[in-house]
Design a protein around this ligand. Structure first.
Ligand code: AMP
Length: 427
């Protein structure tokens, strides 16, 4: 489908051709008509699917038709980087519509806050903001959101992982009840569905889930007891000159620092990436890893989607992600840009059932390699054994202790974008 098939204004079409966009991506094909009809939408789509243009184009079209009526759209996104990316896309598309936008994000010096403040007082057609900083402005009561017609939550799952639920709900409390709400999320865990149930009205649903890892990723797993894991990591990494960039994921935030310490003690150069780090520290850690000054980066799922590096040789899952889609996200960090890569998962006796769910999602059995000699005997793979219900996280980790609630039934499904034909558990 081409963009010319939509009834976009000339100004929007001119913006599209100046950006060189002609054909729609699947998320655009399905989302744009829904948004143009004024309906609420819940869209499961990752970065790279064209999701940003999918919501920006119909919004810019509305602004271009209706003229400037005060703040029209509020976009909330988890990080400064994403806010800036969205703002740049708005600039590109809106050149001919004359729509104005304002990026509101944390960090920077006090002058930045004041600049944002005066821009908020003046108003703009589209505000793109991180939740925390926007709430700081809202608390000072100089911005008027009564004209907002559309609210967009981008990477909603990541915002909840980062603990922004309360901030988002407080921001929504400032917006008119009569509005269009669009929720974009790379994954659809129960907590996202719960939030959607609270803030969306009769949403259409689109699922562009990329549920299969790329073919050029070599996937393998080891059955291992918790107490054997550190030693196994050492065995797998020592003397492996091919593994210049290694990303190790752990679901437990509390594991990150301990693992980094162990790796350094073993003589590897390693850093940890936690959501708790200041923006500047995160950027420094990422820069060192990107420049290959650090060989190993240990991270939680929260940062997995923000790690935009093409040349990771090995992704190791120090534990099994509880949400099978996270497995696909995690290992998708390797073998990018047509290179090949390796993904190794350590499966403890408590994680076997969750690992089976991953194998079902990706529709293949992953080879279980015997433990190297000297580590001892690991558990047998028996996925019928369920996880013990003890909380997984002692440090308030990202997914620790999360219970899976049954999916809400009140969505009107429009699951036509799922090219893998995959239906998620609970749907
Ligand atoms: P996103 O998933 O929104 O982060 O988009 C990923 C990239 O794809 C961005 O660089 C967009 O500019 C680009 N893109 C999105 N939609 C299209 C399209 N229909 N044609 C060409 N490029 C696109």
């Amino acid at each position: 489908m081409n963009f010319s098939d939509f009834d976009f204004t000339h100004d929007v079409m001119d913006g599209l051709s100046s950006m060189g966009f002609e054909k729609c991506t699947p998320v655009q094909e399905f989302a744009i008509p829904v948004i143009l009809e004024g309906k609420d939408l819940i869209a499961c789509a990752q970065t790279g699917t064209g999701k940003t243009a999918a919501y920006l184009l119909p919004i810019l079209n509305n602004i271009s038709r209706e003229g400037h009526t005060g703040m029209h759209t509020l976009i909330i996104a988890p990080t400064r980087e994403l806010v800036l990316q969205i703002d740049q896309q708005i600039e590109g598309f809106s050149y001919f519509t004359g729509a104005s936008s304002l990026a509101v994000y944390g960090g920077g010096v006090g002058a930045a806050f004041d600049q944002q403040k005066s821009a908020l007082v003046q108003g703009a057609d589209i505000i793109v903001a991180t939740p925390g900083r926007l709430l700081s402005h809202i608390n000072m009561k100089y911005s008027d959101f009564s004209t907002i017609q559309t609210l967009i939550l981008d990477e909603a799952d990541r915002m909840l992982d980062m603990g922004f639920f309360d901030d988002i709900m407080r921001i929504i409390g400032e917006l008119p009840g009569e509005r269009q709400t669009l929720l974009f999320s790379a994954t659809m865990p129960p907590k996202i569905r719960q939030m959607a149930g609270m803030i969306l009205k009769n949403p259409e649903q689109i699922n562009i889930a990329i549920s299969k890892p790329a073919e050029n990723i070599i996937q393998a797993a080891y059955m291992v007891y918790e107490g054997q894991k550190v030693q196994l990591v050492r065995e797998l990494l020592k003397g492996k000159t091919d593994y210049k960039s290694v990303l190790i994921f752990t679901s437990r935030k509390a594991n990150v620092n301990g693992l980094v310490r162990e790796l350094r003690r073993m003589g590897f150069s390693a850093d940890g990436m936690l959501s708790d780090l200041e923006q500047k520290e995160r950027e420094e850690v990422m820069l060192r890893f990107r420049n290959r000054e650090t060989q190993i980066l240990v991270a939680t799922d929260i940062v997995s989607r923000g790690i935009d590096i093409d040349s990771i040789d090995l992704v190791m899952n120090y534990d099994v992600p509880r949400d099978p889609e996270d497995y696909v996200h995690r290992i998708g960090r390797t073998a990018r840009a047509s290179q090949s890569g390796v993904a190794i998962t350590l499966i403890s006796d408590n994680d076997m059932h969750d690992f089976r769910k991953i194998e079902e999602l990706i529709e293949r059995d992953i080879i279980k390699i015997p433990l190297p000699s000297g580590i001892g005997i690991g558990p047998e793979y028996n996925p019928s054994i369920r996880r013990k219900m003890a909380p997984r996280s002692s440090g308030g980790g990202a997914r620790g202790g999360e219970r899976r609630a049954p999916a809400k039934k009140d969505f009107r499904h429009r699951d036509r974008g799922n090219h893998q034909g995959h239906k998620k558990a609970g749907e």
